[in-house]
Write a protein that binds this ligand. Structure first.
Ligand code: GDP
Ligand code: GDP
Length: 442
């Protein structure tokens, strides 16, 4: 499971600026999709090839009046409590405020690794102004400028060093994937009340499915292994599952942290949408994170049983509009409660996994690329004529296609999308994101 870092602080100290800087590496991937990058509250940061989930808790708080402490919504406190490390951001220019002290008091109570960071400190590293932050009783204060990037990398390093030893890098832990192991790791994600627990219970109660005894809990994360026919699966829990006789029940409510970790740890994510609510902002946020994480996904439109024909049409439109960046995902209408549509859902999960792990031989990729160029050549951009020459597979899960050629920096977005569609069709890549990387030789 990836470590989780929560950014905490009163409004305007620069949390979202710092968040954007820390998570920028992956932003490029989603920048293309209008409306998706605005308002993001979670992302992943990269340090020495290791990933960390970062949550901007400012995005989770409510905007009503009142003391800061009360305004921070329960999701914020829950995220702070579940995070492995807290970065407490203050404004180095404004100095210590009452709100900082209020938050500091709460953070001291929960007794969790915390790094105190003074932002907006460009050119004031040794300033006496920062001394007052020692009053917070949270140890050393570290100066950064999120806007200019000063000190940010060292700060992340310092934060990572404060993580509990269980997160210490193990040699080669990333590479240790058993090629023989075809167990499909599934995470069920979605808003509170979408029907996730009902779906999981319906699965685990299915006659054709054999659930094995639950292994012990590690860091609160539970994995439930089970088998359906010949195929083995492992369910990564997002809500604290507990076995109660033959059924499982969720023992806690929606958790942002568990959802993010489960998505990162999964190979296929089932995104459960509550058909009676339409596609909400929260659904779109979760979908955005799935895309960013590069996970294969199946959209399960649940509670289909309680919609009439008109409502069904409305819903289809809302999905088309708000999840347009996930057109590659299969859409399955189900009723978890009535156990309807579960067979097709399994088929889609298996297909998404197969697509995400598809092998694409270099010869075929290159031939397809050349056919695409012949069908429609890239446009000239000024004095440059981009010329894609050959392609090879750069990775799996999600599939990455690396294209080599000349002047590829000038290949238009629309041409890249054309290529993506071309490859998707040829390799039947339904259910998985596809990444195209360009390597230009001049
Ligand atoms: P949030 O409410 O904590 O998320 O704060 P924002 O990230 O929205 O930043 C609040 C304001 O502070 C914005 O106007 C930013 O441009 C500004 N800001 C953020 N980081 C820095 C910094 O490092 N130096 C300076 N001078 N301004 C910053
Ligand atoms: P979770 O918070 O996502 O785990 O949601 P739950 O599984 O607890 O379900 C929330 C509510 O929706 C419960 O009252 C369920 O009985 C109801 N529900 C779940 N699935 C369906 C369904 O397919 N149809 C209908 N009509 N209700 C459902």
């Amino acid at each position: 499971m990836l470590p989780v870092i929560a950014l905490v602080g009163r409004p305007n100290v620069g949390k979202s600026t710092l968040f954007n800087r820390l998570t920028r590496t992956r932003d490029a991937i989603v920048a293309d999709f209008a409306g998706l990058t605005r308002d993001r509250h979670y992302g992943t940061a990269l340090l020495d090839k290791r990933q960390y989930i970062v949550i901007d808790t400012g995005g989770l708080e409510d905007s009503s009046e009142g003391p800061i402490f009360e305004k921070m919504a329960s999701q914020t406190w829950q995220a702070i409590a579940e995070a492995d490390l807290v970065i407490f951001l203050v404004d180095g220019r404004a100095g210590l405020t009452g709100q900082d002290q209020e938050i500091g008091r709460e953070l001291r109570k929960i007794n969790k690794p915390t790094l105190l960071v003074a932002n907006k400190a460009e050119g004031m590293k040794d300033s006496a102004q920062l001394a007052e932050f020692y009053e917070l009783g949270l140890g050393d204060v570290y100066a950064v400028s999120a806007a200019h990037g000063q000190g940010v990398r060292d700060m992340l390093q310092m934060a990572v060093d404060k993580l509990p030893p269980e997160f210490d890098p193990v040699d080669g832990d990333e590479a240790e994937v058993d090629p023989e192991d075809t167990t499909i790791r599934i995470a069920v994600a979605g808003r509170p009340n979408a029907g996730k627990s009902t779906l999981i219970n319906a699965w685990l109660g299915e006659e054709r499915l054999v659930a094995f005894d639950m292994p012990g809990t590690t860091r609160d994360a539970i994995r439930v292994p089970f088998q359906r026919g010949e195929q083995r699966y492992e369910l990564i829990d997002t809500a604290g599952l507990r076995r109660k006789g033959q059924v499982f029940e969720a023992i806690e409510k929606f958790s942002v942290v568990k959802t993010l970790q489960a998505i990162e740890g999964a190979q296929v994510v089932v995104l459960v949408i509550d058909a009676t609510q339409g596609v909400t902002d929260q659904d779109a946020h979760i979908a955005g994170f799935i895309l960013e994480a590069g996970r294969a996904v199946v959209i399960a439109v649940n509670k289909w049983d309680s919609l009439d024909r008109y409502q069904r049409e409305q819903l289809e439109r809302s999905i088309e509009l708000r999840l347009s960046f996930m057109k590659f995902a299969a859409l399955k209408h189900i009723s978890a409660l009535k156990r309807q549509g579960l067979g097709p859902l399994w088929t889609a999960i298996d297909a998404a996994y197969a697509a995400a792990t598809r092998k694409m031989p270099t010869a075929k990729l290159t031939r397809l690329l050349q056919e695409a160029v012949q069908y429609q050549a890239p446009r000239k951009a000024g004095m440059y004529r981009p010329k894609p020459r050959y392609a090879h597979q750069g990775g799996m899960n999600p599939p990455i296609i690396v294209i080599h050629g000349n002047s590829l920096d000038h290949l238009s977005q629309s041409y890249q999308r054309f290529l993506e569609t071309w490859f998707r069709k040829a390799f039947k890549l339904e259910g998985t994101p596809l990444r195209i990387e360009l390597r230009t030789s001049d």
